[in-house]
Design a protein around this ligand. Sequence first.
Ligand code: IPE
Ligand code: IPE
Ligand code: MG
Length: 251
Amino acid sequence: MALTDRDNSDTPPETSGVDYGVRHVAIIMDGNGRWATNKGWPRLAGHRRGAERIKQIVRAAPEMGVQYLTVYAFSTENWKRSTEEVLGLMGIFARYIEKEADELSALGVRMRFIGGRGRLDSKLSRLMSGIEERTAVNTRLNLTVAINYGGRNEIARAAAQLARDYAAGLLTEDQLDEAAFEARLDTAGLPDPDLVIRTSGETRTSNFLAWQAAYSEYEFTETLWPDFTPEQLAEMLARFGRRDRRFGGAK
Ligand code: IPE
Ligand code: IPE
Ligand code: MG
């Protein structure tokens, strides 16, 4: 089906078998707390529903031609939340890895994590490294989950690493360039996101992919993350295809 066929129609977008030409989608999965509060439920119920939703999006994304999916699960600022919510979220991450490991492998998903590992508990950290190793050979979808991630924190850690490598004589002064810096980011080896999506109506980046999203397109929706569907993703991918990306060049 040609993408232009539905520009002026009410036909729902295809969620499988259509390649929308978006290689890397990054999602700020926001609104779990409000989703639960609206129902009179505890915030953690929203986070559990949010984790179910990501499973569905992980299955749908490669059917739409997406090769890289990066999701923001926990920011360096989210430690400000109550101990109950923080521990609850860490438990959800651990269970997701334990329960999904076989399925992700069967689906051909390579799973990676970005963000500082030092502050995470050792069991979670071991599960993260374990699934990274186990799925390293998979190529169908590259799923990157940002946990204890902040763009500024990542940049500061990369800068510190570059300084250490320079001091150790691993590179010369004229090698201190964008490529050398990028190679020290958590996302080294991953392409920049083409499209960044944020749910829940907030129109800010909240410290997500500060370096990598310099030329990304953005899509915002009022939908709270637990209600976000593959159909909405398809709509956004289709809109992306109609945008004119110039990267600073002239038309
Ligand atoms: C996003 O949902 C998930 C995390 C930040 C961990 P929120 O928990 O931020 O939900 P709202 O924004 O309070 O509704
Ligand atoms: C951003 O959402 C982080 C994640 C989705 C994990 P927040 O809910 O933490 O962002 P703010 O506080 O609204 O900026
Ligand atoms: Mg939020």
